[in-house]
Design a protein around this ligand. Sequence first.
Ligand code: PEP
Ligand code: MG
Length: 589
Amino acid sequence: MTDRVETKRQGLGVSAGIAFGRAYLIGRDTLKAPRHHIELDDVDTEVARLYKAIAASDKQLAKIKEKLASENESDYHIITAHQMMLHDEHLVGAAVGYIRDEHINAEWGLRRAVDDIRGVFDSIEDEYLRERRSDVEFVFERVLRNLLGRDTGPLSPPPDAIVVAYDLSPADTAQLHKAAVAGLITDAGGKTSHTAIIARAHEIPAVVGLENITEVVETDDLVLIDGSAGLVIVNPTAQTVGEYREEQRRQVAAGALLHAMRDLPARTRDEKDISLFANIDGSDELEDALDYGAMGVGLFRTEYLFMGTELPDEEKHYQTIKTVIERLNGLPATIRTFDLGADKLAPFLEAADLGEANPALGLRSIRLCLTDLGKGLFKQQLRGLLRASAHGPIKIMFPMISGIAELRAVKVVVDEVKTELAGEGIPFDNDTKLGIMIEMPSAALTADLLAQECDFFSIGTNDLIQYTMAVDRVNEYVSYLYEPLHPSLLRLIEMVAKAATAANIPVTVCGEMAGEPMIAPVLLGLGIRELSMSAVSVPEVKATIRATTISEAEALILRVKKLSTAAEIRAMVSEFVFGLAAARKERKA
Ligand code: PEP
Ligand code: MG
């Protein structure tokens, strides 16, 4: 321990867990773009320098990607997006324009072009898109380092270090994961920054948005992170270290206990088996899903296949799903056809520049698949999925279905694809189950009709809440209205569950609320028997399920139905769950 005083800083906890370690500072703010005017004769040389640095940056990113390709699809796609920025006409064209028109050096020209783009990003209201501003900065910094001949090699912190940085690029974060660092803390960043996304995926405790932590911490200081609380303690006293070591032991023991439940059934105390599935974004997440005890995949979000420079073709879809089937080895997988638009943009959609005033209510998801813009891609995906169905059990699920007419239109396309495949003598499973997501009130209210014409339902509560409450799911100003336990939502879920049961088709809940242990008894009481969630939530949800009975859950719903506000319901449900934990302790004693 050093003799420096203990200092606490509150930031945004984006990846849970407690970590201790020596600080490893990554000093990025020391890099300044030199500014000077050049002679007219030197303009071409300066432009050539810029292109050379861009080419070198591209190569470095390609190398990092090569290492990631087989392991992490999402990191891979993020770095692909950075490569695209390197060749972006607006950015590079503007930099070259400044060099030629104002006779300034390449570093300055590039800085000016980046500042122009930054201005645009700063004025964006959407938090996720605003945070993409830092991606432009990461790309700029790499090119600048190449222009200046500075080291762009891999970061090499010692294992178990706490990495302290202004911000970290996805390429940095992916490398740090490999270096087995203990934790990450940064001045910048928000919940949806890439540092956050990657840290969570790799379970590295992380706190971002600490504003000036790079000025507070010195290399080799002892740093303690509480990723759940968003707390960073620099040079903690022996007493603080003792307290947190105890908490860390408690969390590790609780985690191990939950992990040990992997092979136990998700069975209620009155012997009802509940199916717990994982939501995944790429086949690289399957290992974790199985490790946490998921019984298959309840939602494969295929949108991420569309985020790279190249659009996925039939073969890509086929190979991806074949891999999923092989790794699941007989366990079921529900594959959702691409749900692009609104908060999930892909380069081809951005290029189409639809200029919609309300994208969440616009040409997104299945609507896009049924127009000329998306139909070709949709058919290629369906061909790939159906071909994969010859290798094992998959279900195909369609997002954002508003009602029967849309469901029928989709089935016409599926039939067209099946006829094509059969005509070409290509094998597929003709009985592949076709289901729909229930994500808007119009679908929930007509669930009895929809249930007659599809094989299963999956309730996407993330969007169902958004469209029921008319609250943008990514807008922090109205997030107080985004409430899974609102009586309106519970009524809709019950209505869908009843329609599915009456038609004898399965119904899953796959929105984020399915992964909240406290809400599990509510869903059971409403008639839900299948839940799909982030893999890490499976053990905790299973623990709650194992502590309750269906009759207790149904009795809870009878009491909940007498309440009028989400707050009252939340209070009653948390009291119920608290009671379950107490009863479990008593049974053990
Ligand atoms: C949902 O809306 O609940 C859902 C699971 O889909 P996504 O979050 O991908 O929109
Ligand atoms: Mg959705």
